[in-house]
Write a protein that binds this ligand. Structure first.
Ligand SMILES: NC(=O)c1ccc[n+]([C@@H]2O[C@H](COP(=O)([O-])OP(=O)(O)OC[C@H]3O[C@@H](n4cnc5c(N)ncnc54)[C@H](O)[C@@H]3O)[C@@H](O)[C@H]2O)c1
Length: 252
């Protein structure tokens, strides 16, 4: 059986790694993992249950780097039919405090947008520019990770992060509408409080889990489950949606 090729970006991070591990366990996908963190990628790929997966060092905020990835795939005759964008940065002050709007330099604002927003644009554009992508008979699936912060106005993350994550939801909807006739399903997921490196860097309060109706922080795998669903035929009539994965922390 030919395995579907899925690109997982941000694959060295808490959520991206959980997505890679879930999809690898299914053994129906060939994974193309990418991240800016080479060492992290090596650890992830070594730990995967099945062989045949590949990893690439990619800076998603760099057009040249993203183009190189897709050129390399093309040269290898690889066409990806699914994409899960799980990268992101969420800067905090040196002491772990939240950075306010007044403390946000233009440089910080641009740096956050370069990764969280432009990175989504570049990865989705290059994915959709692959040859033969516009074939309604062959479904293509794309999932972008946004954040509950974009829906709530956030309270722990910085304004640049919150605004960049709102752009992820909007761009995903625009892709869903524009490419529906080509068989592309595009959705976002909005995680709440997920226990990863990104979450821990912001000095979470000891009792933060008590604010979540389900009474615990999320794990990377909780988000990965929703992404696996959106990448599967079970979600064949879902597009332009943003799925909350937040333990009830924010109810629409
Ligand atoms: N952890 C949470 O509580 C939470 C909540 C809501 C949304 N999210 C979102 O979930 C996604 C995954 O975050 P996580 O919690 O796994 O964090 P993480 O810090 O564990 O992982 C983020 C990954 O993105 C990679 N990355 C950063 N800049 C990159 C670049 N320029 N090019 C390529 N890769 C780059 C990092 O190397 C890292 O592996 C992010 O989009 C984040 O904003 C996380």
């Amino acid at each position: 059986m030919t395995k579907e090729v899925v690109i997982v970006s941000g694959a060295a991070g808490g959520i991206g790694r959980a997505v890679a591990e879930r999809l690898a366990r299914l053994d129906t996908h060939r994974l193309v993992l990418c991240d800016i963190d080479r060492k992290g990628l090596d650890e992830v790929i070594e730990g995967l249950p099945a062989a045949g997966h590949q990893s690439f060092t990619v800076d998603v905020g760099s057009e040249a780097s993203v183009r190189n990835l897709f050129l390399e795939l093309k040269n290898q005759g690889i066409q990806a039919s699914a994409l899960a964008n799980c990268f992101g940065i969420s800067p905090v002050a040196d002491n772990g405090d939240r950075i306010s709007l007044e403390q946000t330099s233009l440089d910080l604002w641009n740096r956050v947008f370069q990764v969280n927003s432009t990175g989504i644009f570049l990865m989705c554009q290059a994915f959709l520019q692959q040859e033969n992508i516009k074939n309604p008979e062959q479904p293509k699936r794309l999932v972008n990770v946004s954040s509950a912060a974009a829906q709530l106005g956030g309270y722990r993350s910085c304004p640049a992060y919150i605004a960049s994550k709102a752009s992820v939801i909007a761009l995903t909807k625009s892709i869903a509408r524009d490419y529906a006739e080509d068989g592309v399903l595009a959705n976002s997921v909005c995680p709440g409080l997920i226990d990863t490196q990104m979450f821990r860097q912001g000095n979470p309060a000891d009792n933060v889990a008590s604010r979540v109706p389900l009474g615990r922080l999320g794990e990377g795998d909780d988000v990965a489950g929703a992404i696996e669903f959106l990448l599967s035929p079970l979600a064949s009539y879902i597009t332009g949606a943003s799925i909350d994965v937040n333990g009830g922390y924010r109810m629409a």
